[in-house]
Design a protein around this ligand. Structure first.
Ligand code: OXD
Ligand code: MN
Length: 586
């Protein structure tokens, strides 16, 4: 008898009518075949195989270079279940719209059936997905980003317990591009884009949008968070999970070279983008990284900002939309060294100064996590690793201090729910515009965000010792428009302060927004930063925060009655604390 997977593949092939069907096993030999095919048809350009062995460049269609949030839909029966921050279509309407686009979309093409595991192979928290795609680039990328192939099929057996994702490049016309999610039936349909987050369905579509829905139903958390371990001089490692919006430096933070290494503080990487967190039997929060690779933003990456990824991405890596030097090496703005003669732009054209960026600002590397020199030896622990701190953050030129600690879990949830950040090139649309992005999940929460806040609040009540919740801002600027904090490897000083707070060692000043480090509680030795700059970095301007709290109130109005009372109470309590402190200052 046919298995549920075989039935779905059969049904999908009847609709899309591919010339042939290939079941991916994830083997080396298969990857070589896929690579050879892509080199032959131009999907891949070979990079210098001496200096970048097994590395290839993919140039996507210039109209298809970032996630398209305006074309991404949550298709629940009831509109309110998708909530006011998601685009919504009724499931029947979405299927009626997309079915004709899928009809015959794979004619003359190969259909790849890509089974994958999200999470460590042996973890009870891992889940299985199967993507059907007509893009060899997607199949090869999924091999890096997940445990793809035979291992997934073996784990699945004849079970129906997998998330199906149907993907076709279609004709790449943005007018016929839709990324649709059906969380009630745990199904994904995506057509018209070959770009990462729209097309690698295991990533944002399953591991966040569908998984966040499952997590709410099943009592766990699927979050847009890196996971890192901070080792102290005694060798003890404390794990932290951090949510920042896209392209705000999650990969760099997770892979950082610590500026305090000589004092015995090092950072270990568990994940760079997504965390699945469960409450263990002992009441601790434990996290796994559902992914197996890093799909990071290349521009700005160099030997100073992320030396570890520079080392990791010099073999077995797929580059997307980077530029290429005359010797066939990848190049992007912000890499060490000026552009040399003979540079080829991300569009495959000869590049000359004045042409604009040679690499697309959202150019990416897709690199196996196993190649990271900082990979934690516990990154595949089936039970996950224990989380002691949750960090929220964003790009804010003003307002938010370098770091502050929330009063307790409920206040921390409010801090996450009120996150805001300036937009980046990771999604299409204007760059640098400030927008609310609760828990960095605005584009990725598969259900009504008011219910999502409620889920966060409820999870805190179920934990024995909920992690401390912090907020950071590496991006505060001075009056001259320059960043006040050096960032990158120096960020470990902030992580160390958090560790010291967890262990009850560091002092803090109480402010209306939370606890801010005292000047002497941050380890600043070896860093050339003035007292005045530190003061500015840690300052909390009551009037600015009153205006912020009002803007937050406006944002929350979107959710109407569905917003949990505890969140409204936190918002009012903040306003009270701010008003009291303004009065006291007069
Ligand atoms: C990503 C994103 O690609 O958040 O991780 O856009
Ligand atoms: Mn991301």
């Amino acid at each position: 008898m046919a298995t549920p997977l075989e039935n779905w593949v059969e049904e999908s092939s009847r609709l899309t009518k591919p010339a042939k069907i290939v079941w991916c096993d994830g083997s080396e030999a298969e990857n070589e075949r896929l690579t050879a095919d892509m080199l032959r048809d131009g999907t891949f350009v070979e990079l210098n195989q001496k200096t970048f062995p097994n590395c290839h460049l993919h140039r996507s269609n210039p109209n298809d270079v970032a996630r398209t949030e305006q074309l991404t839909f949550i298709c629940t029966q009831k509109k309110e279940d998708a909530g006011p921050t998601n685009n919504w279509m009724a499931p029947v309407e979405a299927k009626d719209k997309l079915r004709p686009l899928f009809d015959g979309s794979m004619k003359g093409r190969t259909m790849y059936v890509v089974p994958y595991i999200l999470g460590p192979e042996k973890s009870p928290y891992s889940k299985i997905g199967v993507e059907i795609t007509d893009s060899a680039y997607v199949a090869a990328s999924m091999r890096i980003m997940s445990r793809m192939g035979k291992a997934a099929l073996d784990r699945l057996g004849s079970s129906a317990d997998f998330v199906p994702g149907l993907h076709s490049l279609g004709d790449l016309d943005p007018n016929r591009r839709f990324i649709t999610h059906f969380p009630e039936e745990k199904l994904i349909w995506s057509i018209g884009s070959g770009y990462g987050g729209n097309a690698l369905l295991g990533k944002k579509c399953f591991a966040l949008r569908i998984a966040s829905w499952m997590a709410r139903d099943q009592g766990w958390m699927a979050e847009h968070m890196l996971i890192l371990g901070l080792e102290d001089p005694s060798g003890k490692v404390t794990y932290m999970a951090a949510a920042f919006p896209s392209a705000c430096g999650k990969t760099n933070l997770a892979m950082m070279v610590s500026a305090l290494e000589s004092q015995g503080y090092r950072v270990w990487t568990v994940g760079d983008d997504i965390a699945w967190m469960h409450i263990a039997a002992d009441g601790t929060l434990r996290a796994i990284n559902p992914e197996a690779g890093f799909f990071g933003v290349a521009p700005g990456t160099n030997a100073k900002t992320n030396p570890n990824v520079m080392t990791a991405a010099n073999r077995n890596t797929i580059y997307t939309n980077v530029a290429m030097t005359s010797t066939g090496e990848p190049w992007w703005e912000g890499i060490d060294g000026a552009p040399a003669d003979g540079l080829i732009s991300w569009k495959g054209e000869k590049w000359k100064p004045g042409d604009g960026p040679a690499a697309h600002p959202n150019a990416r590397y897709t690199v196996p996590a196993s190649q990271s020199p900082t990979l934690s030896k516990h990154w595949e622990d089936p039970a996950g690793i224990p989380i002691s701190a949750i960090i929220f953050g964003g790009r804010r030129a003003r307002l938010a201090p370098l770091v502050y600690e929330s009063h307790d879990w409920q206040h921390g949830v409010f801090v996450g729910a009120t996150m805001a950040s300036e937009t980046t090139a990771a999604a299409t649309g204007a760059v640098g515009v400030s927008r609310r992005d609760p828990m960095a999940m605005l584009p990725f929460c598969g259900y009504n965000m008011a219910d999502y806040f409620g889920h966060w609040l409820a999870m805190g009540g179920k934990m024995k010792n909920p992690p401390k919740i912090f907020h950071v801002n590496w991006f505060r600027k001075g009056a001259d428009g320059k960043f006040l904090w050096p960032g990158y490897g120096e960020n470990v000083r902030v992580l160390k302060w958090m560790l010291d707070r967890i262990e009850g060692r560091a002092a803090a000043t109480e402010t209306p927004i939370g606890s801010v480090p005292t000047a002497s509680s941050l380890t600043l030795d070896g860093l050339n930063i003035s007292r005045d700059t530190m003061k500015e970095l840690l300052s909390v301007d009551t009037n600015d925060w009153l205006a912020e709290d009002q803007a937050v109130g406006e944002f929350f109005k979107k959710f109407g009655d569905r917003l949990p009372k505890a969140i409204t109470e936190e918002q009012k309590a903040l306003a009270d604390r701010l008003t009291r402190s303004t009065v006291a200052a007069k």
